[in-house]
Design a protein around this ligand. Structure first.
Ligand code: GLC
Length: 572
């Protein structure tokens, strides 16, 4: 929104001149984010586990600059017993010794900023590890001062050993865990090793805000807020209503046959988002908050606040991550977001450390992955890329005896159903080289990385792909370079364009006199459409990367190809 500045004429007459000072678009709207999962990125100590120095070395070697991303989201690097691989935290103001020291972190921050790359941290406000000193104190007695920092409740039944109500954890099973010492239940909306903090207690809020200040004062550029929708629960502990749905969708949160009205998205969540925004808005340069929450645009939109009372800057819209390869489906997802977010800015992503890798959702088809990446990097909104997507890493195949993710180990009625939901496959170590020694992730031949390296590392790795002009890696580089050079792709207005093919998704982006059009062919056959831009040229193609080709009256888009076209005059 433009700021209005009023100036008085210096001639003594009281003429009021109104000058419009254009405010520049915030950096987080224009940036491409890249998620680094530190355990799997690069192992500098040769113990089979990635670490901060490994990341620093890659940045110093110019990798992120070469790739062309603007900001990283670093998954948790705090001390943790790693029962949920970092999302179970024992100290919010320190570094996991397996990953390095605070000095390493400071160096990481410095080297990123020196390379014009921002960094946001993962902040887990909902819970701590059960090994956090707060929880250890909390469970010692009913009167311990830390008792009220968590959500404790007496059980039901004759011996009080039945859970206090019907609430289910997000990942299934009761959300309540029995504690022998004090003979009460504690709440965990995720795993039992992750007790929920009690956000009704102002001391909790103070402590967590102080932790955020600790990192903001160091200069981090913001936070990704882990499962922010579960932070509050009903204070009357009412049962959640039953539901007919097993799994949630973008339209409703019902899951495991329960409608979580008393455990998710409580009204207090919005107030918290507004307070969090006020906290980060005290900092200069501007910081960003990206929320992780379940549900589609209609459900998540309140977390953005209102134009008068700002909440989170961005909230992940996970619709892209759950879509079949169909132009109509993707178009509908985008329309849904436009309808419900209005002027708020969407945040799209295809995968992260919890999902199946994007390319593997589409039969490991690189062509399809490129079409979707072109969509992600040209649609109006902030894109987030997960490490390894830039070389087309596949979902790793993890032998049963190597599964480490607690969800992957799940057994329901004795059946190993976790196999279908396990998250190890997308967390396999990054494939840097074609070396048989751990694909360059770790250079000790005797060490076995914490998860097995995918067997396709000889083909899918940075070193080999850098040498191939048309590789996935060079496709990402070219596309990111193109996006940076063309502001209309970052900030421009977006409008869908009707073409003659139902398999085609086409839209324009316009910024002042600069504009272009993106055309994506989701079909297995080429399509021929009338060129909507006379006197135009093709400036990018997922097949041939950057090039310029003057277009005639008709445009042919190859099978599973995406192109960008621009009016010729804009380029001259
Ligand atoms: C988020 C994280 C996931 C973690 C969970 C509990 O969904 O992305 O990895 O297990 O929250 O913190």
């Amino acid at each position: 929104m433009d700021k209005r500045v009023q100036e008085f004429s210096d001639r003594g007459s009281l003429t009021v001149v109104s000058v419009t000072v254009p405010t520049s678009t915030p950096w987080w709207k224009k940036s491409v984010f890249y998620q680094i999962y530190p355990r799997s990125y690069s192992d500098s100590t040769n113990n089979g586990i990635g670490d901060l120095r490994g990341i620093i070395n890659k940045i110093r070697g110019g990798y992120l600059t070469k790739l062309g991303i603007d900001a990283i989201w670093l998954s948790p690097m705090y001390p943790s017993p790693q029962e949920d691989f970092g999302y179970d935290i024992t100290d919010f103001n320190a570094i996991n010794p397996e990953y390095g020291t605070m000095d390493d972190f400071d160096e990481l921050l410095e080297v990123l900023h020196a390379n014009n790359i921002k960094i946001i941290l993962d902040m887990v406000l909902n819970h701590t590890s059960h090994k956090h000193k707060w929880f250890k104190q909390s469970k010692t007695s009913l009167t311990n001062p830390k008792r009220e920092w968590y959500v404790w409740k007496k059980g039901k039944g004759k011996h009080g050993k039945s859970p206090p109500n019907n609430w289910k954890a997000i990942i299934g099973g009761s959300a309540w865990e029995w504690d022998e010492t004090t003979e009460e239940f504690y709440l965990h909306q995720f795993l039992p090793c992750q007790p929920d903090l009690n956000w009704q207690n102002s001391e909790v809020k103070k402590a967590m805000f102080n932790s955020m200040k600790f990192w903001l004062d160091k200069g981090v550029d913001g936070f990704r807020l882990d499962i922010i929708h579960t932070v509050f629960e009903d204070t009357q502990f009412r049962d959640n209503p039953r539901s007919i749905y097993l799994l949630p969708s973008h339209l409703r949160l019902d899951s495991l046959f329960q409608n979580p009205i008393f455990t998710q998205f409580l009204p207090e969540t919005v107030d918290l988002c507004v307070d969090l925004r006020s906290l980060v808005d005290n900092y200069n340069p501007e910081r960003v908050l990206i929320g992780e929450a379940a549900g589609g645009p209609e459900i998540i939109s309140p977390l953005y606040g209102t134009p008068e009372k700002s909440g989170l800057n961005l909230v992940f819209d996970f619709q892209f991550a759950n879509q079949s390869f169909s132009s109509k489906k993707f178009k509908n997802s985008i329309l849904d977001s436009i309808t419900h977010l209005n002027d708020f800015w969407p945040c799209y992503t295809f995968s992260n450390h919890d999902t199946v890798r994007m390319i593997s959702r589409y039969g490991n088809s690189e062509k399809k992955a490129r079409v979707l990446t072109l969509l992600l990097l040209t649609v109006r909104g902030t894109p987030v890329i997960y490490q390894g997507e830039e070389i087309g890493m596949h979902q790793g195949k993890i032998p049963r005896n190597k599964v480490v993710d607690p969800i992957g180990k799940w057994k329901i009625w004795g059946l190993p159903l976790g196999r279908f939901f396990g998250r190890d496959g997308c967390r396999t170590p990054f494939q840097w080289t074609n070396s048989k020694i751990n694909a360059g992730f770790s250079s000790n031949p005797d060490v076995k990385p914490w998860l097995p390296i995918s067997s396709n590392f000889q083909k899918i790795n940075v070193e080999s792909q850098e040498k191939n002009e048309y590789s996935m890696f060079n496709f990402y580089r070219e596309l990111l370079r193109f996006r940076h050079e063309n502001e209309w792709l970052q900030e421009g207005k977006m409008e869908f364009i009707e073409t003659q093919s139902k398999h085609c998704l086409a839209f324009s982006r316009n910024l002042g006199p600069n504009s272009g059009m993106v055309i994506l062919n989701f079909h297995k056959k080429p399509i021929r459409i009338i060129n909507p831009f006379l006197n135009s040229e093709k400036v990018f193609s997922t097949d041939t990367l950057s090039h310029s080709k003057v277009l005639e009256k008709y445009i042919t888009v190859n099978r599973y190809e995406g192109i960008i076209i621009q009016k010729k005059s804009f380029r001259d």
